[in-house]
Design a protein around this ligand. Sequence first.
Ligand SMILES: [Mg+2]
Length: 162
Amino acid sequence: MAKKKINLLIVDDEEQFLKSMTKRLEVRDFNVIAVDRGEKAIEAARERPIDVALVDLKMPGINGEQTLEALKKEHQWMEVVILTGHGSVDSAIECTKSGAYSYLQKPCEWERLLSVLTEAYKKKVMNRLNIKEKRMNELLDMSTYSSPQAILEKIRELDRED
Ligand SMILES: [Mg+2]
């Protein structure tokens, strides 16, 4: 069986950012779908299952908050992380009230980004399989799965079970 990858949708109007993120995340077992507009993100999520979306707040066309709302409305289990530049932290916090899993400030430290994406994916799997956090942490016994990579691997394994 092919190894399940995490389907990550990235929406950002900065082309360079999209390119570098896609490159770096694909070597970490993420299957990245990168688009530059909220409208395209909504379309892309209708075409294939998305586990986690990383959504820029400020974009031409519909903004990150509207994109978040549309994605959450149409996809029950998808978790959304908001990306925000300086000066828009308040609106990013607002987004967590609209169902965003978390928000990250740009430029974001690589390890922090990976850890938030992993946590968001973990939450998606917990919700979909109806597993409580305590049970999930038992399954991910930190002494057995100590590296972030190993934890991600284990969550993916659980996600395959239906
Ligand atoms: Mg932007």
